[in-house]
Design a protein around this ligand. Structure first.
Ligand code: UDP
Length: 253
């Protein structure tokens, strides 16, 4: 199994690949356990404050650039890398699971949301074998039930929607329960699949403005979103410090 090239942006890793989905499917078919982090500017900034998260990112099997900031930062280094969002990777894996009969597990989100998301996915992919659904607000007793169910059902795809960094930490702590599965932190994907929230329209995504649409839907995220300009500033600074940016690229006359 080929290893992916790893690149560092502001001290945090991101893997490079022409096809993240195919790489993940290869591992799924071979039963190679895989922890996937879909990285954005917020996570980079958070990891620079939280050593535990930085360690998890370093140990993750796949870190994809999920977010315009990461893609643009890579571009500054001359790397053209297409974005790989958790929601799209999650959906694509569920489609594979439905055709190849891989059991899947949903964990996270509010109780009604995760149930609705699973129902909608089941309606869209009738052959999907969902072997467990747990909401993300369970107590320690229910956590034990969840872990027991994971150990018994041995799903092959485990989607965890607890938000960052909660989902990454949880995956790290529980990976041993299903060491042959693909574990993906999918953030707010269940909110979108349930129909409660909308994904940014294609035009916003194309213009790298998904963050703006999200802010419009959830203005309470403003504090978290301050990470974006900070990230852009630091990423540009990092590139300039490395001394390889030409005057033309920076628009410095
Ligand atoms: N969530 C959860 N348990 C918690 C906190 C959050 O299940 O204790 C869920 C929340 O309901 C939402 C998701 O985690 O569905 C976080 O979504 P967000 O859009 O914040 O994801 P992020 O941007 O952090 O990836």
């Amino acid at each position: 199994m080929r290893n992916l090239r790893k690149f560092q942006i502001l001290g945090q890793p991101v893997h490079l690949s022409p096809d993240y989905l195919q790489w993940t499917i290869d591992r799924l078919e071979r039963g190679i356990g895989t922890r996937v982090v879909t990285m954005n500017a917020e996570i980079v900034m958070e990891a620079n404050r939280q050593p535990q998260l930085a360690e998890i990112l370093e140990g993750a099997d796949l870190v994809t650039p999920d977010g315009a900031g990461l893609v643009l930062a890579l571009k500054l280094h001359g790397i053209e890398q297409t974005r790989c969002a958790g929601i799209e990777l999650g959906e694509a894996l569920l489609e594979i699971a439905a055709t190849a009969n891989y059991p899947v597990f949903f964990y996270g989100g509010k109780p009604a949301i995760v149930t609705k998301a699973a129902e909608k996915m089941q309606a869209r992919l009738p052959n999907l074998d969902i072997v467990g659904i747990f909401n993300g607000y369970i107590d320690s007793e229910e956590q034990m039930v969840l872990k027991l169910q994971l150990s018994i059902a041995k799903p092959k795809i485990i989607l965890v929607a607890l938000g960052v960094p909660r989902q990454e930490i949880w995956i790290q702590e529980n990976f041993h329960l299903c060491p042959e599965a693909i574990w993906v932190g999918v953030g707010g994907s269940f909110d979108v699949w349930s129909g409660v929230k909308q994904r940014a329209p294609k035009l916003f995504r194309k213009l790298n403005l998904e963050w703006l649409y999200r802010f419009g839907q959830e203005p309470s995220r403003w504090r978290r979103m301050l990470a974006l300009p900070q990230f852009a500033f630091l990423a540009l600074g990092e590139r300039i410090r490395q001394g390889k940016l030409t005057a033309h690229q920076t628009n410095v006359s």
